[in-house]
Design a protein around this ligand. Structure first.
Ligand SMILES: Cc1cc2nc3c(=O)[nH]c(=O)nc-3n(C[C@H](O)[C@H](O)[C@H](O)COP(=O)(O)OP(=O)(O)OC[C@H]3O[C@@H](n4cnc5c(N)ncnc54)[C@H](O)[C@@H]3O)c2cc1C
Length: 455
């Protein structure tokens, strides 16, 4: 074993030394990926840290989105100071900064979207805009002196049982995998996964090569001659004026992108495949989310759902005539059981009712000029926006045997070996604050326990 370790270390060292010697712009990607893969094939007991630069911390937080920032701040307040936040991009809150559309506002009122220990400024409206939310997050990181290690994409994390330590390997990936720095190792007793439920866009594909067009497995999409993009690439409807655009997927993003397209003079059609609950964002001036929270304190889930749907009906009317079917379980029941979030309407339904947004059936397949629908009809389109959602990327890099991996870490905040999950409770920013606070308390207690057993 020891001999194998020495040989492997030697091979890796040689690769890394060669790469170090090459100028940055001549470091071939394959070489670094080869080294990374070689590292990943080494057992967890090997001496990787002796080869790569190793940075020690009390806790490692993966991701500098709202969940990672909130956890780092809570840890700091609990006296856990040596916390390293690792972020794959070059900024905090990269989802909100780089992968959301211009008109986005928080769907939940600001007092229920605040992170621990900091309020939104008074002048920010009830539903902050994307820009205002980013300003808030920037101030949150700045005022709490959270300085993530940027450009550190975690490609592997594992627990060394004998050392009782987590090891995390990162590569510094710039655009399209051009590596700008050698891989690093981080080591800590506690690992907080805060890489988000929305880490990767879901492209209906399997084993596809990079590039959205080729990655989609809607039959025939590769033949479609118009523009195809995922909603994470959509910024606004300027370039779609006068064009007929098919929005595939009726989640909050799909509905809002359709509204934006209509507002920019495009002709959007939204493809609705499954039954869906659409609720107004506010009911007579009170946020629907707040009403649901208040009702659920006194009523069962079923009764809360019934009342919510009745109130929504008063505001929105019967939507079945417009192509929206409601599922039989209520909106809260669905959220609780399968994590499906109800849609909160921010104006799209008015445009559906006046005909500016058309509701069309599920997509069957594409041809060069348009799309065949499940009902057999064909229509021409100029562009397609895939509002097909997101998924987390944790199973690709967290190498542990854990029940949470099968359902994408959902629902739990704490696992074994001081492994924690922030932001996977399906409860948005409110759930993130709760996760961050309890993770910090737990890690503080673990740290106290470790110190007391040492002395
Ligand atoms: C369009 C849209 C609108 C939304 N609106 C709301 C809303 O109004 N209210 C609400 O409560 N929620 C909303 N959400 C859900 C929202 O994503 C979260 O509430 C919030 O951003 C989650 O924060 P997070 O830190 O868990 O994840 P993220 O914001 O996704 O942050 C995770 C971070 O981890 C980094 N990361 C991922 N993988 C790695 C890796 N391997 N190595 C290193 N870093 C990594 C990412 O780059 C990212 O910066 C919305 C989501 C979307 C997509």
């Amino acid at each position: 074993m020891e001999l194998m370790r020495i040989v492997l270390s030697d091979i890796i060292s040689r690769d890394l030394t060669q790469m170090k010697a090459a100028p940055n712009n001549q470091r071939p990607r394959e070489n670094i990926v080869d080294v990374c893969e070689r590292l990943s094939s080494i057992s967890s007991n090997s001496g990787i840290s002796s080869v790569l630069e190793c940075i020690n911390a009390d806790a490692l937080v993966i991701g500098a989105g709202p969940a990672g920032l909130a956890t780092a701040v809570c840890l700091q307040r609990k006296g856990v100071h040596n916390v390293v936040v690792l972020e794959q991009s070059d900024c905090i809150a990269s989802l909100w900064r780089e992968r959301t559309y211009d008109r986005l506002c928080l769907h939940i009122p600001k007092h229920l979207s605040e992170l621990p220990y900091m309020h939104f400024p008074r002048e920010v409206p009830k539903f902050p805009t994307r820009r205002q939310f980013l300003d808030y997050l920037d101030a949150y990181a700045r005022e709490n002196s959270i300085r993530p290690h940027f450009n550190q994409k975690v490609w592997r994390a594992w627990h060394n049982d004998s050392e009782r330590m987590w090891y995390v390997h990162t590569v510094a990936a710039a655009d399209e995998g051009d590596l700008i720095q050698l891989p690093r190792t981080y080591r800590a007793a506690c690992l907080v996964v805060a890489s988000g439920e929305n880490a990767e866009p879901i492209l209906p594909s399997e084993g596809a090569t990079p590039g959205i067009r080729s990655a989609c497995n809607f039959p025939g999409l590769h033949q479609f001659s118009g523009k195809v993009l995922h909603s994470c690439q959509y910024k606004n409807g300027h370039s779609f004026r006068g064009k007929s655009v098919l929005v595939v997927g009726c989640g909050n993003s799909g509905l809002e992108v359709s509204l934006d397209l209509a507002d920019h003079g495009a002709m959007p059609s939204i493809s609705v495949r499954s039954p869906v609950h659409v609720l107004p964002r506010e009911i007579y001036g009170i946020s629907t989310f707040s009403i649901a929270m208040a009702l659920s304190k006194f009523l069962t889930l079923r009764w809360t759902d019934r009342l919510l749907l009745w109130l929504s009906g008063l505001v929105l009317g019967d939507l079945s005539a417009y192509g929206f079917r409601r599922p039989s379980p209520g909106p809260l029941e669905l959220k609780e059981t399968i994590g499906k979030t109800p849609l909160l309407d921010v104006g799209a339904l008015t445009r559906v009712k006046d005909g500016s947004i058309r509701v069309v059936p599920a997509v069957h397949s594409f041809a060069s000029t348009g799309c065949f629908f499940a009902d057999g009809n064909f229509e021409d389109f100029d562009a397609v926006v895939l509002a097909t959602g997101y998924q987390n990327n944790v199973p690709s890099w967290l190498k542990v045997e854990s029940t949470c991996m099968s359902d994408g870490c959902r629902g739990q905040w704490k696992s074994t070996n001081n492994l924690y999950f922030a932001g996977f409770s399906r409860k948005g920013l409110l759930g993130i604050s709760l996760d961050a606070r309890r993770i910090a308390v737990d890690i503080q207690q673990q740290q106290k326990f470790r110190h007391s057993t040492k002395t």
